[in-house]
Write a protein that binds this ligand. Structure first.
Ligand code: SAM
Length: 146
């Protein structure tokens, strides 16, 4: 069971555009459930198992049996003195909820003992859009599980 949780980039992107980017990727990588924060009521595509919550905490409470994988930029983990695993070395759990932040809001404040911290190291220090970071993570998961 894989869940992807992310936050709408409402300050930068119209959810109608962003939804299409996320949705096609969710389908392509056979993600079991896609969660967005906060509620907008936007999704009508029945091919995707989609839920919205107002708070990340509410989604984490509902799916508390899954391994929590916090995916953030290296620089953001470093700011909080959190040791992360570079994605290329990460062994993906079978069942997991992968969490992505948005511009100005990461999810690191929700981390607790036992959670995984994973970052994509890029040749130059730049922060990626959540949807792009997620595509890289899902592809990495697919090739390692083959
Ligand atoms: C626009 S970034 C936000 C970065 C930064 N926390 C900020 O406040 O602007 C949106 C999300 O993409 C993901 N992300 C971006 N770059 C990443 C990287 N190099 N490695 C892993 N995740 C990344 C993280 O989940 C991040 O919260």
């Amino acid at each position: 069971m894989i869940i992807v949780l992310a936050r709408w980039e409402r300050g930068w992107l119209d959810p109608r555009v962003e939804l299409n980017q996320w949705k096609d990727m969710i389908k392509a990588f056979n993600v079991d459930k896609f969660i967005m924060i906060p509620k907008t009521g936007i999704m009508r595509d029945t091919q995707v198992d989609f839920e919205e919550f107002d708070k990340v905490e509410d989604a984490l409470e509902k799916y508390k049996n899954l391994k929590r994988v916090f995916v953030e930029a290296p620089i953001d983990f470093q700011k909080h003195n959190i040791k992360y695993v570079p994605l290329r070395k990460y062994k993906h759990p079978k069942d997991a909820i992968y969490l992505f932040g948005k511009s100005g809001t990461d999810n690191i404040y929700l981390m607790k003992e036992g959670d995984d911290a994973v970052a994509i190291e890029t040749p130059k220090t730049e922060v990626l859009w959540g949807v792009i970071a997620c595509g890289i993570v899902l592809y990495d998961r697919v090739i390692k599980w083959q």
